[in-house]
Write a protein that binds this ligand. Structure first.
Ligand code: FAD
Length: 457
């Protein structure tokens, strides 16, 4: 018998329940990846993620070859391609990981129906891309948690399953045709400092970061210049690492750093369970606020300044330049950049979320859209009107100004925290720096936002 394992956001061989189940139910498996035309048509296949994906597929193919198998790659509609391959090898079942977005749920439903009409079965595995499946813990009378802390409490009481080892051997039928693997060199428009993808790289990163930074994670995760967070987000997005395995390891390690890290992984599950229950939150306000955001046209110059990292607020500009250069941004930078766009400039969160999705290597519908909504005050934040002050936040999370000087080199002649307020320099000194004045005053931005929302926080 032959089974197909359809890889989606789970590009790994370690702790992979669909692969494990297929290998135990069948003599041979076809590990399959489909470049879905719909993802490309929706503009979701941004260059940074395509380049990272190329690394992931190459690495997955190598891992399978080491075990006597290989990866089969096709392009087109996932349903059509899976059914085609199933027909070619007469597969009796297809295994895949459960998804949470509207796209993933539709893909699953279509596939189940198409396979059933040919007498084949779809087996969907939970807790592959998240630690707990959405809906596993719920508050009384509701289908999901809308507040993080009670979710975290309940989530923490469930110990995830033990991680599965990578399989020893994978037998693939010899006569299944595959396209060439996507080559990273063929992808254009990639950020210069983009990280390398793939499970091997992800596992190396875990080992190195664990040793160097886990113990101090709680104290250092907000330190912009220290850059001491795990940078595992793209690996979690593409599933080259298993979140359940990370939680398992961290809980075993114990300590304040490990606990704080597990809490962040819980935020990821939290947003996934919100999106699974409310798929419209990807595009519409989760909690309507009746905002009349400034139109993209009215605010076009400010939006352009924000995207290009020349708002005149050094820490916001540093964060936006890190995003263009690396396709990744520190979490504190993301919070500041999002607060600035939505609250100081009063621009619709969807404009910012779209820009992030165009560049972020970890760009993810659940995490991106719901974090944007959290910061815009339309999501799950219990203080929806909070406004982050980029000067105070800069001084607090980049006290020496090193993060700003790293990403905004025009300002690297200004020592220490003074770099957060170049407008305060004496005029002759200020004139030496080719750096813009603030696009708007913070007081003006805050007043406009608070007037619009009708109250202060
Ligand atoms: P670490 O601090 O090492 O945390 C470990 C892991 O926990 C992360 O890899 C991530 O998977 C998860 N995590 C941490 N913080 C959050 C959070 N607030 N929400 C959900 N998961 C979290 N994260 C994405 O993965 N993709 C996105 O598209 C994305 N967009 C964001 C947009 C905005 C406006 C904001 C404020 C945050 C966004 N985040 C997103 C969440 C967070 O910023 C990143 O996950 C984190 O910066 C990744 O860095 P790290 O891997 O070093 O994180």
């Amino acid at each position: 018998t032959v089974a197909i394992v359809l890889f989606t956001a789970d590009l790994r061989v370690h702790d992979h329940p669909p692969l494990r189940a297929a290998l135990s139910s069948s003599d041979e498996v076809v590990p399959l990846f489909v470049h879905d035309a719909a993802i490309e048509a929706a503009g979701f296949a941004a260059p940074n993620r395509r380049a990272f994906l190329s690394d992931c597929l190459t690495d997955l193919d190598e891992a399978l070859r080491d075990r006597g198998g290989r990866l089969v790659v096709r392009s087109g509609s996932t349903t059509e391609e899976v059914c085609r391959v199933a027909g070619e090898v007469d597969a009796h079942e297809v295994h895949m990981a459960a998804g949470v977005s509207r796209f993933a749920l539709l893909r699953e439903a279509r596939l189940r129906q198409a396979l059933a009409s040919a007498g084949r079965r779809l087996r969907v595995h939970d807790a592959v891309t998240t630690v707990l499946p959405p809906g596993e813990v719920t508050p009384a009378g509701r289908d999901h948690f809308a507040v993080f802390t009670p979710y975290f409490r309940r989530w923490s009481q469930v110990f995830p399953r033990s991680p599965l080892a990578a399989p020893g051997a994978v037998r693939v039928p010899s006569d299944v045709a595959s396209e060439d693997l996507l080559s990273r060199r063929s992808v254009t428009g990639v950020s210069e400092g983009l990280a390398t993808g793939g499970e091997t790289e992800g596992r190396k990163r875990v080992t190195a970061w664990w040793r160097a930074c886990l113990a101090a994670y709680e104290d250092r995760h907000d330190d912009l210049a220290g850059d001491a967070t795990s940078r595992l987000s793209p690996h979690l997005h593409f599933g080259t690492l298993s979140p359940a395995e990370l939680v398992h390891r961290a809980r075993k390690a114990g300590g304040a750093g490990a606990e704080a890290f597990v809490r962040q992984l819980c935020w990821r599950d939290f947003h996934h369970q919100v999106l699974a229950a409310r798929p419209t939150a990807a595009v519409a306000d989760y909690r309507p606020q009746h905002d009349r955001w400034r139109s993209g046209r009215a605010a076009s110059q400010e939006i352009a300044a924000w995207k290009e990292g020349r708002t005149g607020y050094p820490v916001v500009d540093a964060a936006m330049r890190q995003l263009s250069h690396e396709g990744w941004m520190h979490n504190r930078g993301r919070l500041l950049a999002a607060s600035f766009l939505t609250k100081t400039l009063y621009v619709d969160w969807r404009i910012g979320a779209r820009h992030f999705l165009d560049l972020l290597v970890d760009g993810d519908i659940a995490n991106n859209q719901l974090n944007w909504q959290w910061m815009a005050g339309t999501g799950t934040d219990s203080r929806p009107n909070r406004v982050l002050n980029p000067v105070l936040q800069g001084k607090r999370y980049d006290p020496d100004g090193a993060y700003v000087r790293r990403w905004v080199p025009e300002l690297d002649g200004i020592a220490g925290a003074a770099v957060h307020e170049p407008w305060k320099l004496p005029a002759p000194e200020r004139a030496r720096y080719d750096y813009p004045d603030p696009v708007v005053s913070l007081a003006e931005g805050r007043d406009r936002f608070q007037r619009a929302r009708g109250r202060a926080d």
